[in-house]
Design a protein around this ligand. Structure first.
Ligand code: C2G
Length: 443
């Protein structure tokens, strides 16, 4: 008798899961399915699991493919199960290719092709909130999005669009999703769009996606003009759609904890915020070759403005930019200095100058400090006049951290607006205004 085992969360059970179980069963005579517990999913960073363990087990049972269902509770359990149940074949979807090769010492490992199209008819039939996401753009950030999105239950990355069809096809093949040659076809296949194209193309794509009735998650900087941001937010509202700017720091749990502590009174009244983010960029990359929209402030400015607006609000009385340019005239280091009614702030970023990237929030009684990469906040300290008194805080930050914003985007689509405060529309508009002023001065 050939014994096969597979594992998964199987949340919001869909045809991808069904087909996986069907083919796993066909590999042998006896199929064991391991279903992850909520606690295990939490430790491996899977977010938004909706169905209870009991419901997920019941959905697997109903398929009739599983001869036995077990619970997966922890990392490392797979090897023990394989030995305990005398497993011949370990099967899993191809989104995990390579990840389970270590099991080849114990049994045969088979990666079954993942199901690309989660059809809307099936989702409607089961009244499931799964959102099919399409990606516009095929750059580095788009490639980071996919593995992160797979860890958010309730979204399925369905396809990609890029006017350069060859890039789209290469990307689609790498990530086992569909490539669409036309935007009409693309919009027809998805419920929501993630825009990861060059900055200056965001506005056009957002408008178009909203016009097609799609929710939009757009990479930062969402747009480069205040008027465009205002127009798009009101258009989204009119259409009953979510428009969401993806500044990942805004959604990461550690950054929230930091803001909460900084604003709790423990460091007194906040008088100064200094945020710095530098990343030495390859001189051949778009960020350092695009004379009009490239440079450090358009690339990193959103991150460094974020804590300033979160703490002091949007009503600054003065702003001044100081920029260092390279020989081509490109911004390789910029410092924006703000004056607010209750304090001052600096937002510093660089692609061609390396500095100590830290976030410092100074108050009348003490200060909060988070070292680089504070934009993926996992640790920070609170210091006081008494140098011996230091409070240390840490918080979970998993993978690339995009999963947090994807998860909040999904909650908002599903009608839960409790995460809206993390980055308000007003804050996005204010950031677009700063980008606009900066670009005007650069010209
Ligand atoms: N799957 C698929 N096609 C999809 C979606 C999922 O074939 N469109 C497969 C996955 O590859 C996996 C199974 O369905 O083999 C269950 O998927 P999930 O519920 O997302 O669970 P996952 O996080 O992949 O579990 O121990 C847990 C496992 O390591 C992974």
């Amino acid at each position: 008798m050939v014994k096969v085992i597979t594992y998964g969360t199987f949340d919001l059970f869909h045809e991808g899961h069904y087909r996986l179980l069907q083919r796993a069963k066909e590999l042998g005579d006896y199929l064991i399915v391991g279903v992850t517990t909520e606690a295990y999913d939490k430790t491996r960073g899977k977010l938004n699991v909706v169905d209870s363990l009991v419901t997920r087990i019941e959905n697997i049972r109903k398929t009739g493919f599983a001869d036995e269902i077990i619970i997966e509770e922890s990392q490392g359990q797979k090897v023990n199960d394989i030995r305990k149940f005398h497993i011949d074949i370990f099967a899993i979807g191809s989104d995990w290719v390579g990840a389970f090769d270590y099991l080849k010492d114990y049994c045969e490992v088979v990666y079954l092709e993942r199901t690309k199209n989660i059809s809307s008819t099936m989702l409607r039939a089961q009244n499931s909130p799964i959102q099919r996401i399409g990606i516009i753009g095929t750059g580095r950030i788009a490639a980071r999005f996919i593995p992160e999105a797979r860890l958010v239950s309730g979204v399925s990355t369905q396809g990609v669009y890029n006017p350069h069809t060859e890039s789209a096809e290469r990307f689609a093949e790498r990530w086992e999703i569909n490539a669409y040659a036309s935007l009409e076809e693309f919009y027809g296949a998805v419920d929501a769009v993630y825009i990861a194209s060059p900055h200056e193309t965001h506005y056009g794509y957002i408008r178009d996606a909203l016009a097609h009735g799609k929710h939009v998650l757009c990479e930062k900087p969402m747009v480069l003009q205040k008027g465009q941001a205002e127009e798009l937010f009101s258009y989204a509202k009119e259409k009953g759609l979510i428009l969401f700017e993806g500044i990942k720091t805004a959604y990461c749990p550690g950054f929230h904890k930091l803001l909460g502590i900084a604003c709790s009174g423990t460091i007194g009244s906040i008088r100064n915020v200094e945020a710095c983010f530098t990343k030495l960029e390859n001189v051949a990359n778009r960020e350092l070759t695009d004379r009009v929209y490239g440079g450090s402030f358009t690339e990193l400015g959103s991150y460094v403005m974020l804590p300033i607006f979160k703490i002091f609000g949007k009503e600054f009385s003065e702003i001044r930019f100081d920029t260092i340019h390279d020989e081509k005239g490109l911004d390789i280091f910029t410092r924006a200095c703000f004056r607010f009614p209750t304090g001052i702030a600096t937002a510093t970023c660089g692609l061609g100058v390396k500095s100590e990237g830290r976030l410092l929030v100074a108050g009348t009684k003490g200060y909060v400090v988070a070292e680089a990469p504070w934009w993926k906040t996992s640790y920070f300290e609170v210091h006081y006049e008494d140098a011996g008194r230091v409070e240390k805080y840490s918080e979970i930050f998993l993978g690339d951290g995009l999963r947090y914003e994807i998860s909040d985007f999904l909650s908002m689509i599903n009608g839960n607006s409790s995460s809206e405060f993390k980055l308000t529309r007003g804050e996005s508009v204010a950031m677009a205004e700063i980008m606009e002023r900066f670009l005007e001065e650069e010209r």
